[in-house]
Design a protein around this ligand. Structure first.
Ligand code: CAA
Length: 249
């Protein structure tokens, strides 16, 4: 049987790379979608680093805020792997933090477009082939801050909460077709996104996490891969929290 094809958007980023490696460890053919501001050399360098570590991961350019670019990305996946996407990880995301009273429309719009509109652009392109095949996994990366809100993140919390609604609605539409749709909600994980929070703010946040530390990207990769596996077909419309106890629902 041919290996299942997994596409991870934002695949060359902090969380994305760990997700790619975890999926590769479990035998998936993995494609890391990247934008990197169109810096193809950076993506190629990332790919070479993975190769040096023993990971054969494809890379495919795609701007998740743009339907035409997503179409080109999916076409590249097909060329590279000879197959359609069996597992889509909607992981690409950005922050533009700031208090709402000072927030610009651009800060709002960029975050909603990259984190929420991207769900439409990418998922819309893979869902019909999944339905036709009778198998699919869509795994959307949300955040603890969708569940609890976060000072300075009205834009991000709104977008990430929107992902929960999208997940549960789509899960109902495709459940009978062998396609599952789930959300993973990480807490604070040590990635470049968290590293750019001011040091003293980081320390304050860390002191509120019951487990007493930030998460690792590998801890998130593990749960994403679990949801991607054939054996997880009875889990759909679910939200997997992995936040060190920062928020318990
Ligand atoms: N609750 C209540 N008040 C708070 C607060 C909080 N959590 N944080 C700050 N404040 C208060 C401060 O005490 C200060 O009050 P005074 O003016 O009375 O002194 C006021 O708000 C202004 O605080 P700042 O000086 O920090 O304001 P700023 O505008 O310079 O910075 C900020 C605001 C950029 C949002 C900064 O607070 C910050 O970086 N916060 C962290 C945001 C965060 O958690 N981002 C997550 C990024 S990682 C991610 O998103 C991944 C994921 O999914 C988890």
């Amino acid at each position: 049987m041919s290996k299942k094809v997994a596409l991870v958007t934002g695949g060359t980023g902090g969380l994305g790379a760990a997700i790619c490696r975890s999926l590769a460890d479990q035998g998936f053919t993995v494609v890391a979608g990247y934008n990197s501001g169109g810096n193809h050399e950076k993506a190629k360098a990332w790919q070479a680093e993975q190769k040096a570590d023993g990971y054969d991961i494809h890379v495919a350019y795609g701007d998740v805020t743009d339907t035409a670019s997503c179409e080109a990305c999916i076409a590249t996946v097909q060329e590279l792997t000879g197959g359609t996407v069996d597992v889509l990880i909607n992981n690409a995301g950005i922050t533009r933090d700031g208090q709402f009273k000072k927030m610009s429309w651009e800060q709002w719009d960029e975050v909603l477009t990259a984190n929420l509109d991207s769900m439409f652009h990418m998922t819309r392109l893979v869902i019909n082939p999944m339905i036709e095949k009778g198998f699919g996994r869509v795994i959307n990366i949300s955040s603890v801050n969708a569940q609890k809100g976060q000072f300075g993140q009205c834009n991000y919390s709104a977008a990430k909460a929107g992902i929960h609604g999208f997940t549960k609605a789509l899960a109902q539409e495709v459940a009978s077709k062998g396609v599952t749709v789930n959300t993973v909600s990480p807490g604070y994980v040590m990635t470049p996104m968290v590293a750019k929070i001011a040091e003293e703010v980081q320390q304050k946040i860390c002191s509120t996490i019951p487990v007493g530390r930030f998460g690792t990207p590998e801890e998130i990769g593990r749960i994403v891969t679990f949801l991607a596996e054939d054996e997880s077909g009875y889990i759909t419309g679910a939200d997997m929290s992995i936040n060190g106890g920062l928020h318990m629902s």
